[in-house]
Design a protein around this ligand. Structure first.
Ligand code: NAD
Ligand code: IPM
Ligand code: MN
Length: 350
């Protein structure tokens, strides 16, 4: 059976990093005897320039029909002044919503080779292995919005059903990890958070061997840098998850390392957690590892190819162990490589 993958390179470094991840998928497939077909589609600023909209119909239609979607990143200063409903970021928000991708899995794992690359002390970050489960189809991202001349508003809405299904994803994930779920909210202030906290308790109680605790988001932000190893699975709302995952990326040494999987009702979408990095775009120096590890998540979650996914993850680990570093992680004494060269080193170890 053949699997069809839609690749959306997007903007900025998205083009450079998806090219590497595609090669990794191609080689992994060849090794594992998997038949994969690929199709590239426009979205984001590139699509605005070419077709006038951030998420063209043909891209959405292709995503719906695909077995999985791999996305680089969208956005950039060139499109910062366009109307809000036409911004490049709308492509991602539109895909997540249209495909019903309510669960965003963001693993934050400190590589043994990089334990002293975080600005935090190595003894704090060594062994960190956190899964952030971010709600992705609701909250303040999708509530009613509006603006007048000197007033603007965004509203946060959550239904019990939306909280139930994301907390269930977190508990399910924790069952095959260390069994601990930390639900993060702002229940001392927000009504949505009070519903969140109560619902999380009810859902977790239905799982055996799950230890649920609750943290306010401000405290969680602090705990993440104070004692990150206390966390196993963190489950939280769309906005809190966005912010906490960029913070948690610092534990690993670079945001360029972090992958994600967005899953739910429709085709799974896989993307690094970082953006289009306009400050380094077009120079061939971006770290492709977050996208390569997103491709591994694609193999695991959408294609059921766990072994192939593990091979990709092991190849990445081996390259880091062997001292290859893109600019974001480079230090004297190590081998500095471009985006493409990092890709070649990963391919060599597959
Ligand atoms: P960013 O994640 O693009 O960049 C933040 C910093 O991290 C920059 O210094 C960048 O150089 C660095 N960085 C990011 N990825 C890297 C990589 N792979 N290798 C090395 N360094 C890397 O965040 P930003 O600058 O706030 O946003 C830039 C644009 O990207 C904005 O338009 C934003 O809306 C968009 N964005 C898109 C996505 C997405 O497509 N999923 C995610 C976040 C931001
Ligand atoms: C992310 C990004 C997106 C988000 C933006 C680009 C819409 O920051 O995937 O983390 O806020 O979800
Ligand atoms: Mn983000």
């Amino acid at each position: 059976m053949s699997h069809h993958i839609v690749i959306i390179p997007g903007d900025g470094i998205g083009v450079e990093i998806t090219a590497v991840a595609r090669q990794v998928l191609e080689k992994t497939a060849a090794k594992a005897g998997l038949a994969l077909t690929f199709e590239e589609k426009p979205a984001g600023g590139t699509a605005i320039d070419k077709m006038g909209v951030p998420l063209p119909e043909e891209t959405l239609a292709a995503a719906r029909q695909a077995d999985a979607v791999l996305l680089g990143a969208v956005g950039g200063p060139a499109w910062d002044q366009v109307a809000p409903e036409l911004r490049p970021e709308r492509a991602i928000l539109g895909l997540r919503k249209a495909l019903g991708l309510y669960a965003n899995l963001r693993p934050v794992k400190v590589s043994p080779a990089l334990a002293d690359y975080s600005p935090l002390k190595p003894e704090l970050v060594a062994g960190v292995d956190i899964l952030i489960v971010r709600e992705l189809n609701g909250g303040i991202y999708y509530g009613e919005k509006g603006s007048e001349k000197d007033r603007a508003w965004d509203t946060e809405v959550y239904s019990a059903m939306e909280v139930e299904r994301i907390v269930a994803v977190a508990c399910q994930a924790a069952k095959v990890r260390r069994g601990k779920v930390t639900s993060v909210d702002k229940a001392n202030v927000l009504a949505t958070s009070r519903l969140w906290r109560q619902t999380a308790g009810t859902v977790a109680a239905k799982f055996t061997d799950i230890n649920l605790d609750h943290l306010y988001v401000d405290n969680c932000a602090m705990q993440l840098v104070l004692a990150p190893r206390q966390f196993d699975v963190i489950v939280t709302s769309n906005l809190f998850g966005d912010i906490l995952s960029d913070e948690a990326a610092v534990l690993t040494g670079s945001i360029g390392l972090l992958p994600s999987a967005s899953i739910g009702d429709g085709t799974g979408l896989y993307e690094p957690i970082h953006g289009s990095a306009p400050d380094i775009a077009g120079r061939g120096i971006a770290n492709p590892i977050g996208t390569v590890l997103s491709a591994a998540m694609l193999l695991r979650h959408s294609l059921g190819e766990d072994e192939a996914a593990c091979r990709v993850e092991q190849a990445v680990e081996a390259v880091l162990k062997d001292g290859y570093r893109t600019a974001d992680l480079y230090r004297p004494g190590f081998t500095k490589v471009s985006t493409m060269e990092m890709g070649r080193q990963i391919l060599d170890r597959l």
